[in-house]
Design a binder for this molecule. Structure first.
Ligand code: NAD
Length: 360
């Protein structure tokens, strides 16, 4: 059982307390996490999440700004010697304070940064999307395998209570097979930033947030898609989106006739997922939020206590390292999703041709 499942499945803190007590008995080492890239997500969500972690702790940072690192060291109480730059990060090799590097840089740098962390002998959590291409994912997986370190992708929703209920419905077929799936994740992009530079982002909204619909659909179908068709919609702001798509729609076909109609845009706000079987349905809106997910089903509304998704993910990964258990949100899952994303872009580029995916 994963730590997240232990927490959630046992009805609360009891399961976590027991596993944490076991993992940290005798005051054993708490795995140290170094955050790499101190932008919005690190600042707004990951660093604060360490207030809720019981297994791992924030041990340091890798940043392009020494001044920022010093502020973080004062604020979060890690030693100044645990501030590294992108160029000096190889020095973490052999440092007993550091067990995990958490890569939170732009997508196009994930491969380079993950490989560097692995070469330094550290376990890695890498943010989604895993990389810009499947080839980069393969390089990351090889580097981690060679270094004998684990690689996890920042799929925080794996630990969310509502999404765990989706897993249960898929598995136990309460509503029958969840055969008709749909979802959208979109937001209105207003600034000029790395997210619209192809070399750093790998693509537009699909890479950024559309990936969440892929993850939810694969969970509901309990499978990888077998075929993809996609089309890119005309750009309303071509001056902004001259390197990446502005809006994209795609269909995923899964084994057994299960389908998912999905879309993602930088030109509107939407955050939903729906799964329907012969005997009922479940609808999430918002579906992919850090908190405040709302879910209705054909049997009524669901109401679960909020969970600190990021803290559960980091603690679960830390517990994987301590116990040798494999992370349930692995680099292989990140690669699977990149295979789908590449097929979506390929289909859209080829006028909506149906792309058949290789069997997983
Ligand atoms: P951001 O722009 O706020 O931060 C990026 C950080 O990378 C900055 O500190 C920046 O200085 C650093 N950086 C290093 N080299 C850079 C370069 N060449 N160009 C630009 N920045 C560079 O971005 P963010 O929103 O924090 O996103 C970072 C990663 O986290 C992305 O991969 C994104 O997809 C992911 N993310 C995940 C979630 C989630 O819910 N799991 C949420 C937000 C972002």
């Amino acid at each position: 059982m994963t730590l997240g499942a232990a927490v959630l499945g046992s009805g609360g803190a009891g399961g976590l307390a027991a596993e944490v007590a076991e993992l940290t008995k005798g005051g054993e080492h708490r795995p140290g996490v170094v955050l790499m890239g101190l932008g919005l997500y690190s600042r707004g969500e990951l660093a604060p999440a360490f207030e809720h972690t019981k297994v791992c702790r924030l041990a340091g940072v890798i940043t392009g700004s020494r001044d920022k690192g010093l502020k973080w060291s004062r604020h979060y109480g890690f030693p100044e010697r645990n501030i590294w730059s992108y160029d000096s990060m190889h020095e973490i090799a052999g440092n007993p304070d550091v067990d995990i590097v958490y890569v939170v840089t732009p997508n196009g740098l994930h491969a380079e940064h993950t490989v560097k962390a692995a070469l330094a002998g550290k376990h890695v959590i890498c943010e989604k999307p895993m990389a810009n291409t499947v080839a980069e994912c393969d390089a990351m997986l090889s580097a981690c395998a060679r270094a004998n370190v684990q690689l996890s992708i920042g799929y925080r929703l794996h630990y969310d209570r509502y999404h765990i209920e989706l897993d249960r419905l898929a598995r136990e077929k309460d509503f029958g097979t969840l055969a008709r799936l749909s979802g959208e994740h979109s937001w209105t992009f207003r600034s000029r930033a790395w997210r619209i530079e192809k070399s750093l982002s790998g693509g537009g909204p699909l890479m950024d947030v559309g990936i969440y619909v892929i993850q939810a659909a694969c969970r509901a179908a309990m499978a990888q898609p077998v075929a993809i068709t996609a089309r890119e919609l005309p750009k309303t702001r071509p001056e902004l989106f001259n390197e990446v798509e502005e809006t994209i729609e795609w269909t995923m076909e899964f084994p057994g006739g299960v389908t998912c109609e999905a879309s993602s845009s930088y030109n509107r706000d939407a955050n939903n997922f729906r799964a329907e079987g012969a005997r009922g349905w479940i609808r999430f809106d918002p579906a992919y939020a850090y908190r405040g997910i709302e879910v209705e089903t054909s049997r009524g509304r669901l109401s679960y206590p909020a969970v600190p998704q990021q803290a559960l993910h980091m603690d679960d990964f830390a517990s994987c390292i301590l116990t040798g258990r494999k992370t349930p949100v692995s680099g292989l899952m990140g690669r699977d999703h990149m295979v789908v994303i590449e097929a979506i872009y390929k289909s859209a580029a080829e006028g909506g041709r149906r792309i058949v995916l290789p069997a997983a």
